[in-house]
Ligand binder design. Structure first.
Ligand SMILES: Cc1ncc(COP(=O)(O)O)c(C=O)c1O
Length: 448
């Protein structure tokens, strides 16, 4: 029997290496997508992956112009603002859904990276739920994402555990002590129980972001696990590890080799293994085919469900921070003071540290006019970096910092009482909706 017409069209587009295959694939229903994948050979699947990635790249390139255009027509006083492009978040969601389609794994969005729930109704159509770091994220996930909630905290507070369990489908413990004191309660409430383990391998150079570094408190180490686990085997539903940071699937492969070396004999009979976050699945150079192989083979070998819980990948490159130049001062170089702060509004710039991109700028001296871009706070080191521009900067000019949806809105502060940037969402590629404005009350409410 011939496949349905939409499937036939999508398969023909793949054979013709036509980028429209991506759109045709995404437009299919879940069962049609599964049917189509079942009809493709390895080469066809690889081509589809390539076309899906190419289509996504094209949509992101077009959106960059949109960000600049919105920034240029924003009125004075309307900055700073985090601007999230919902269509771009949806492009990322489609990539994650494709991984789910190919592997039958489950994917949770990590709220710690991005929790602007104005886009959750769309995101929840693609993903299986959220992962939370404790009570407030678990509650937000339950209330706004409305799907599965998986909570991991390094240690839980007695005063919160009842409510954490109320909002969670699974709770992951970081020690056998935590399991001992809270496990019974979790069981009684029908909440699944997981243990976070240290997989024994990570490739994160910056110790600040390495969950498997020396003396890490995150995850039970294998020796302790071997000694204690047999006593608790019957109450544990799954294992969890998290060892990656903005990395590709080759790193996951090496982590899995180590994880399996230490924990192989304990996996069979569990319901799930959670591979944590840090998978940069929506980055252009991410090797999706390798991820698909790793997850599918793991599921086959052990008969367990696999969860991934990326945060960054959900909103990678899907939001910007628009700021305005307030003043320009000189001290052996030109310094532009803007209305956004590294310390208060993009703290990873100082912590990681890294230099965010500003649209239409270059490295120092690459273009004719070089400036240090700095925040308005009292912190001497509140500088974002040195950038060059084709035209001299003027007071009132807008600057568009890229890739600011992740780990910025969730981490910002009101240091110095500086007003937090608004949050706005571009829907349908044009309509800008300001979903949150901040003011004095937000600052005052945080103080005593
Ligand atoms: C336990 C856990 N899961 C998921 C994530 C999300 O990671 P990312 O946003 O890098 O994908 C993190 C990040 O720190 C984490 O600690």
């Amino acid at each position: 029997m011939l496949p349905d017409k939409p499937i036939q069209n999508a398969i023909q587009a793949i054979s013709a290496k036509d980028i429209s295959a991506a759109g045709s694939y995404h437009a299919l229903s879940g069962s049609e997508r599964k049917k189509m994948l079942g009809m493709l050979d390895v080469k066809g699947l690889r081509s589809l992956t390539g076309l899906i990635k190419a289509a996504k790249k094209k949509r992101f390139a077009a959106a960059n112009k949109r960000f600049l255009e919105i920034a240029s027509r924003s009125t004075p006083g309307s900055t700073p603002v985090y601007l999230i492009d919902e269509t771009l978040v949806e492009e990322n969601m489609r990539i994650l859904q494709y991984v789910k389609d190919r592997t039958n794994c489950k994917i949770l969005h990590a709220l710690k990276a991005y929790a602007s729930f104005a886009t959750f109704p769309m995101m929840s159509r693609y993903l299986d739920g959220t992962c939370a770091s404790g009570l407030n994220e678990a509650r937000l996930g339950r209330e706004e994402f409305k799907k599965e909630v998986h909570t991991f905290g390094a240690a839980y507070r007695e005063a919160e555990i009842g409510r954490i369990l109320r909002y969670s489908d699974s709770i992951i413990f970081n020690s056998f002590y935590q399991l001992k004191i809270y496990g019974k309660k979790a069981r009684e409430k029908g909440v699944e129980i997981g243990l976070r383990v240290n997989p024994g391998h990570a490739e994160v150079e910056n110790e600040m972001y390495n969950p498997c570094g020396p003396h890490s408190r995150l995850g039970i180490v294998s020796d302790a696990f071997k000694d204690e686990f047999p006593k608790y085997r019957d109450v544990v539903d799954g294992l969890h590890f998290h060892a990656m940071c903005e990395q590709n699937s080759d790193v996951l492969q090496r982590i899995l080799t180590s994880f399996e070396k230490f924990y192989r004999s304990y996996i069979k009979g569990l319901k799930w293994v959670n591979f944590g976050g840090g998978h940069h699945i929506t980055r252009d150079d991410y090797d999706i085919e390798r991820l698909v192989r790793l997850v599918s083979n793991f599921k086959k070998r052990y008969g367990v469900q696999v969860y991934l819980e990326p945060g960054e990948a959900s909103v990678l490159n899907a939001g910007v921070l628009i700021a305005s130049v307030l003043d320009i001062v000189t001290n052996e170089m030109e310094i532009a003071i803007i209305d956004a702060s590294a310390e208060a509004h993009m703290p990873d710039v100082l912590l990681m540290p890294y230099r965010p991109d500003i649209m239409k700028s270059g490295k120092p001296n690459e273009r004719q006019y070089t400036y240090r871009i700095a925040g308005p706070s009292c912190l001497a080191g509140d500088t974002i970096g040195d950038y060059s521009f084709d035209q001299p900067l003027k007071r009132g000019d807008r600057l568009v910092f890229t890739d600011m949806a992740l780990y910025s809105i969730v981490k910002n502060t009101t240091f110095n009482g500086i007003t937090l940037p608004d949050i706005a969402v571009v829907r349908d590629g044009s309509m800008v909706e300001t979903v949150k404005k901040f003011g004095y009350k937000d600052y005052k409410d945080k103080q005593s």
